[in-house]
Structure formats: C-alpha cells, structure tokens
Write a protein that binds this ligand. Structure first.
Ligand code: FE
Length: 182
C-alpha cells in the first residue's frame, strides 16, 4: 500500500505548522506535544494518532484564525474528523471529532476547569456552546469514545509549553501507516 497519504498529511501540517493559533506555541509544537503526551501516557496507537492529528481541521481552511478574528466557530473538530475518515477508522476520528465536546463536558463537571482555560480556549468555548448542560453530559458520556476524547482533551490542554522539545513528525510515520484502513 502506498503511504503517499502520510506524506500528504505531513505536508499539510508543515505548511501551516508555523502559524500561531492564539496560544504561546506554534500549531506544530502543539500537535507534536499532544502526540508525545499520548505516547508517554501509554495511550493506544489510535489515540496517539488522534492526539497528533486532532487539530488538522485548523490546517484545512484556516479555521483557527477565523475563530480568533471573526468570532465564528468553524468546527475544526468536525472538518478534521471528516477529512481523516477517508483513511482512518473511528478509533482515530472519533476522539478528534469529540475533543471539543470533551472540553464542554469538563467545563461542566470539573471544578476550576473553566477558570484554567487559556485565553484562546475561553474565547472559543463561548462559540462552541459553553459548558454542557445535564442532558448534553449524559449524551456525551454514552458515546463509546467519550473517555478517549477526554484523554485527548487533557493532552490538548497540556501541549502548550514553550520550552519543550519532543519527537518530530517523522517519528509518527510507522504508527500512522499501521492505522490506515485497508
Ligand atoms: Fe489542540
């Protein structure tokens, strides 16, 4: 099987990876830190891939900057998951699709979580619908990938360190290739 798609994804990530997205680190540093956090947390390969690729929707149509500048929510988690679904199974795409729901869930149930959000994340929370209400919490928790989405969201929160060098994109090539759907 060709792994051209892995090259294409890496190219896409590299093209926009230097961009800032309202946090203290570049998009590239952020996604590499998220992937690495998943690995050192002992996450499955699928969840590590999801962590690395969770923001790919931001790279597709500049969704992140749109949210920042225009006050709209481009739903990068939905566009990213749909993009990835062409090659990867739901074990990869579902945590990606649900990582914003996981944020809304944690905002509702975890004391101090809202207060600890970064400025950019607090801004986007409003656009994303705010904290879950009770029904939304229940609906979210009933999804099979809810717990992986919550783990991914934790990596997302932690992967914003300005002083942390982690393994590069190439170090994920085998892992991603092994996850490609036949
Ligand atoms: Fe992120």
């Amino acid at each position: 099987m060709t792994t051209q798609i892995i090259d294409d994804i890496f190219t896409l990530l590299r093209e926009s990876g230097d961009l800032s997205y309202g946090e203290d680190v570049s998009q590239m540093a952020h996604i590499l830190q998220c992937g690495h956090l998943a690995r050192i947390d002992g996450a499955s390969d699928a969840l590590a891939a999801a962590a690395l690729l969770h923001d790919v929707g931001q790279f597709l149509n500049d969704a992140g900057n749109a949210a920042e500048q225009k006050g709209i929510d481009a739903q990068h988690e939905v566009t990213g998951a749909a993009f990835l679904a062409r090659w990867f199974s739901p074990s990869v795409t579902e945590p990606v699709r649900l990582h914003v729901e996981a944020k809304r869930y944690l905002c509702a149930v975890e004391p101090g979580y809202v207060e600890a959000l970064s400025r950019a994340s607090a801004l986007s929370l409003r656009l994303q619908g705010g904290p879950h209400d009770a029904q939304e919490q229940a609906d979210f928790l009933a999804l099979p990938d809810a717990q992986d989405a919550i783990r991914l969201r934790r990596y997302d929160d932690q992967g914003k360190r300005s002083d942390w060098d982690v393994p590069d994109l190439e170090s994920y090539r085998q892992l991603l290739t092994s996850l490609l759907r036949p």
